[in-house]
Design a binder for this molecule. Structure first.
Ligand SMILES: *[C@@H]1O[C@H](CO)[C@@H](O)[C@H](O)[C@H]1NC(C)=O
Ligand SMILES: *[C@@H]1O[C@H](CO)[C@@H](O)[C@H](O)[C@H]1NC(C)=O
Ligand SMILES: *[C@@H]1O[C@H](CO)[C@@H](O)[C@H](O)[C@H]1NC(C)=O
Length: 407
């Protein structure tokens, strides 16, 4: 079933999504043909389409991804939250950080300047924060071909950013996972479990009969991805529900799927550390400044720290990190170079192309990919082993927090 843009817009209007104010002098998305060979559906084209302003390519599959984070809980108890809007190739693979020159670190300022305070306020309630938005924009948004600068008439730098977030939020509001599950009697419970088929049926019947990707960790649902193909430009085109095109099955069991209430799972260890000596953390208001160590806390106690490449070491000398204000957060560097977690693991090296913008909560370094202060490793490194610190849990069974200690 196709979901014409006009219908989506009407639905969103009903849901109270405000239209973006048009900033003075801004350009507009290029006009695209709505019929004929130039108006083929992404991932379904029968001939090559060269105008990637009117045809999303190679990222022809657009996924609105949502989180159900229970420990720590993120967002309202009766709503899923926004992960992002991702352009995937039509086979589960994807490009990331397609234009580092447009990986802006001032998303809030851009939205405010575009007169879109309402959108920003809404984003604050359902996405984790500035650094996360920067990550989502820089990694995924810059890969939406139809949002490239060349796709606007009289392009004004950064004008594609409000469009991207407006699109993300609008889609999210049109995909109320919590309500759809509740309508099928599927509600959060710490004792009840559900079949994967029941969850799938409750969602796919609202997605044009197309399947939805359902992701689980330890048999509990924690992500859903709604796939779409688009005819035309992402802003002005027609969004058509689609089924997942990746071979990743989400890892949920077919029966006994948990849908845990928010805030009732195990919470990560508190920020109390057993660090010996040294001044106490000076991190306040979520920003690290000056020089410090990043201690690794796992299972409630400090076990080593990060060394200069950004890896975890339990027996050596800690690297001194320099935190410098960047965007609404800060960047980190060591003697090896700038640090970033964009590749999926924490790395500090001269080869890091664009330094990550980090955020903190108290003295804990936040991980935008996890939307929390958890970082992941395969195990607690022993002896002279340097452990990789991952941004996504994946199959990395050890959870750790990184605690700033000013030096
Ligand atoms: C924001 O999104 C809504 C829903 O798709 C749309 O009606 C509105 O025109 C959008 N505004 C801009 C400037 O993109
Ligand atoms: C669809 O369009 C893309 C981009 O132009 C092209 O690479 C691909 O070969 C096309 N597919 C078909 C079946 O023509
Ligand atoms: C955001 O950053 C970009 C690139 O650094 C800059 O061109 C733009 O003027 C900034 N926008 C605002 C509103 O601060």
């Amino acid at each position: 079933m196709a979901l014409p843009h006009t219908k989506l817009a009407a639905l969103l209007g009903f849901l109270g999504v405000s239209q973006l104010a048009s900033p003075a002098l801004a350009g507009a998305p290029k006009t695209c043909a709505s019929t004929g060979a130039a108006a083929q559906l992404s991932c379904h084209n029968t001939t090559a389409v060269t105008d990637t302003c009117c045809f999303n390519s190679p990222g022809g599959s657009l996924l609105q991804t949502q989180f159900w984070d229970t420990a720590p809980a993120v967002g309202p108890a009766d709503s899923w939250t926004i992960h992002g809007l991702w352009p995937d190739h039509c086979d589960g693979t994807y490009d990331s950080t397609c234009d580092s020159k447009r990986a802006y670190t001032n998303i809030s300022a851009i939205l405010t300047a575009a007169g879109d305070g309402d959108l920003l306020d809404y984003m604050k309630t359902c996405i984790t924060g500035e650094e996360f938005w920067e990550h989502e924009w820089g990694k995924h948004g810059t890969c939406v071909s139809t949002l490239a600068p060349a796709c606007f008439t009289s392009y004004q730098p950064t004008e594609e950013v409000p469009y991207f977030f407006n699109l993300t939020v609008s889609l999210f509001k049109s995909l109320p996972t919590y309500e759809w599950l509740a309508a099928a009697g599927i509600t959060p419970s710490s004792t009840k479990t559900y079949t994967l088929a029941a969850i799938q049926a409750a969602l796919s019947k609202n997605h044009g009969g197309e399947e939805v990707y359902i992701g689980c960790t330890s048999s509990a649902v924690e992500q859903v991805y709604y796939y779409f193909n688009v005819r035309g430009n992402a802003i002005t085109g027609e969004w058509v529900p689609a089924s997942p095109d990746s071979s990743d099955d989400g890892g949920c069991p077919s029966t006994g799927v948990k849908y845990l209430p928010k805030g009732t799972g195990t919470t990560p260890p508190t920020t109390t550390t057993t660090t010996t000596g040294g001044p106490s953390p000076t991190a306040t208001g979520g920003v690290f400044a000056g020089k410090g160590y990043l201690n690794a806390v796992t299972g409630g106690s400090t076990k080593g720290c990060l060394i200069s490449g950004g890896t975890w070491y339990t027996t050596g000398t800690c690297a001194t990190f320099t935190a410098t204000s960047s965007g609404s957060g800060f960047s980190l560097s060591t003697s090896k170079g700038d640090c970033s977690a964009a590749s999926g693991s924490l790395t500090c090296a001269s080869s890091v192309e664009s330094p990550g913008v980090f955020a903190a909560e108290g003295s804990a370094l936040l991980n935008s990919a996890a939307g929390a202060d958890d970082w992941f490793a395969d195990s607690v490194p022993s002896g002279s082993t340097q452990g990789t610190v991952y941004a996504a849990e994946g199959s990395h069974g050890t959870t750790l927090q990184l605690q700033w200690q000013s030096v």
